[in-house]
Every structure is written in structure tokens, then in C-alpha cells.
Design a protein around this ligand. Structure first.
Ligand SMILES: Nc1ncnc2c1ncn2[C@@H]1O[C@H](COP(=O)(O)OP(=O)(O)O)[C@@H](O)[C@H]1O
Ligand SMILES: [Mg+2]
Length: 283
């Protein structure tokens, strides 16, 4: 059975799509059959892995014109698949509002393929509207990408309120999988403070792997490639590789994290994976 993870933050530009693409790619490279579901009408995930938004996609699935399997596309990474989106999905927001059980569309769409994948990762638009609610209802867990800046904290409580509402009324199995820091710039004191504060509060709900600001991560989607196929040696690639290993360790699907080269556990918790701490911000 697939583990279904939804990536939610009502702020745009915090690294949701980048995280879905690159975490997904490294999960696939670790042998996990992974499906990326683009549930944002902006279709950044679709173009970011080289898919075309002109084809049939998730809108046709939720509106009953196609099955999920019919619209699923392979990507350039073996074991990584894409359900594309398009601007048509913004129409669904309006169409769904009046429907009974309007938050269950994505759950019903994904059900027939749950046995075909190890992971299903859902990318959501930057809002807590009907599309994101569909994502939260369909998921086993929610991961919150958080940009290391002051305003990030303000939005966090609203996300957690929404999650707890969904947990109470629509999806009792939903768990907060964790918070992943993105676009971390170690040169700013504020970034360090945000990490420190959020970690003090959320403790082990915070992923130890922190994704630094890295220009390669922002270049890769314009080539339609996950960073593993664009520049697998850059620090951004190494950090998403580490995040994938951390997710697998946490799910009991891989060795303990962080694992030292000999396979033994290191005693010191590290914010960056050991390999990722080498190299410069933009290298
Ligand atoms: N770690 C990072 N370092 C540098 N640029 C990044 C990083 N993560 C994301 N970006 C860039 O920031 C922008 C917003 O990221 P994106 O993943 O699209 O956010 P969201 O999906 O939350 O709107 C994109 O241009 C993306 O390429
Ligand atoms: Mg996005």
C-alpha cells in the first residue's frame, strides 16, 4: 500500500513543489515506486519534471472524464511517475464547492492505484481551499515545507488548525509527518533563529535534514529535470537525497538516520546530513 503524503503551506514560494519533485525523485532512486500528483492549477510540478500541461491530467480525473491510471505519465527518473495538472483544475475549485463530499474527490481518484506505489506525494496550491482540503483528506500524513523567515511562523498555526480540523472531521488517520525547512541561508541570524524556535516547539516533528538555498535547485525545473538529473553533486541535491533517506528511516523502510558510512548510528544529531554539510550554498 502506498504511503500518501501531502505537502501543504498556504504561502506560495516556500518550496512545496521543489520538495515534492526532488524528495520524490530520490525516493524513486532508493527503489520506491513513487507517484507525484500535481494538484495545483499552476502546474509547476508538471513542468518541473518535464511533463506537458496540455495533456489530460488530474482535472479530467476529478471531473470523471478519465481514470488516474490513464493520465499517469512516466518521468525521466526510473520508478517516478507523474499525474499532471493544468489551469483547468482552477475550474474544479468552483465546480466542487456545491458538491456533497467535495473534499473526497482526490481520495476516490487515488484509491484504485494505492497498491501500485510505495509513495504518493501530493503537491498543493498555496491556499487552504478545497484543493488543499482534498489533499489533506486523501493523505496519511502532511509535511509542511517552511521557509526560514519570520512570517513563516505566522502561517504555521493556521496550517495546524486546518490539519486538526481535518483530523477531527474528515480524515482521522491524518498525521503531521513533519516540518521541513527550505531555502535555509546559514549566513542570516534570522534563519537560525526560526529553525531554533520551531525545533524547540515541534521537537522530533522537525526533519533533521534542512534544505539550503541553492541556485541549482531553482535552475533544474526550467530544464524539466529533478535536481538528481541536473546536478547530482550540488548541495541541494545532496540535501534532498538525505531527506529521502530520513523519510525512509522514519517509515521503517530504510536504515536509521543519520547513518555513518560504516552503517552505525552517529550520536550527534545533525541539522544537515553529513555529506550535505560540505560545499557552499550555491555550489
Ligand atoms: N532550496 C532552494 N534554493 C533556491 N531556490 C529554491 C529552493 N527551493 C525552491 N526554490 C525556488 O523558489 C521558488 C519557489 O519554490 P516552489 O517549490 O515553487 O515553492 P511553492 O511550491 O511552495 O510555491 C521556485 O522558483 C524554486 O525554484
Ligand atoms: Mg508550488
Amino acid at each position: 500500500m502506498a504511503r500518501t503524503v501531502v505537502f501543504v503551506n498556504q504561502k506560495g514560494g516556500v518550496g512545496k513543489t521543489t520538495t515534492v519533485i526532488n524528495l520524490g525523485a530520490y525516493l524513486a532512486l532508493q527503489g520506491q515506486r513513487t507517484l507525484l500528483v500535481d494538484f495545483d492549477p499552476q502546474a509547476n510540478l508538471t513542468s518541473g519534471v518535464g511533463g506537458s500541461a496540455g495533456k489530460k491530467g488530474i482535472y479530467e480525473v476529478v471531473s470523471g472524464q478519465a481514470s488516474l491510471a490513464e493520465v499517469t505519465l512516466p518521468t525521466k527518473v526510473e520508478g517516478l511517475f507523474l499525474v499532471p495538472s493544468s489551469i483547468d483544475l482552477s475550474g474544479a475549485t468552483v465546480e466542487l464547492v456545491d458538491k456533497e463530499d467535495r473534499n473526497g474527490y482526490l481520495t476516490r481518484a487515488l484509491a484504485p492505484v494505492a497498491a501500485d506505489y510505495d509513495y504518493i506525494l501530493i503537491d498543493c496550491p498555496p491556499s487552504l481551499g478545497v484543493l488543499t482540503l482534498n489533499g489533506l483528506v486523501a493523505a496519511d500524513e502532511v509535511i509542511i515545507p517552511l521557509q526560514c523567515e519570520y512570517f513563516a511562523l505566522e502561517g504555521l498555526s493556521l496550517i495546524l488548525q486546518t490539519v486538526s480540523l481535518v483530523q477531527k472531521s474528515m480524515n482521522t488517520r491524518l498525521k503531521v509527518g513533519g516540518i521541513v525547512f527550505t531555502m535555509y541561508d546559514s549566513r542570516t541570524k534570522l534563519a537560525q533563529e526560526v529553525v531554533q524556535q520551531v525545533t524547540e516547539y515541534f521537537k522530533d516533528r522537525v526533519f533533521r535534514t534542512i534544505v539550503p538555498r541553492n541556485v541549482r535547485l531553482s535552475e533544474a525545473p526550467s530544464h524539466g529535470l529533478p535536481v538528481c538529473l541536473y546536478d547530482s553533486a550540488c548541495i541541494g541535491a545532496k540535501s534532498y537525497e538525505a531527506l529521502a533517506k530520513e523519510v525512509l528511516a522514519r517509515d521503517g523502510r530504510g536504515p536509521a538516520f543519520p547513518a555513518a558510512p560504516g552503517g552505525t548510528k552517529t550520536a550527534e544529531p545533525s541539522l544537515f546530513a553529513s555529506e550535505a554539510s560540505k560545499g557552499s550554498i550555491d555550489g
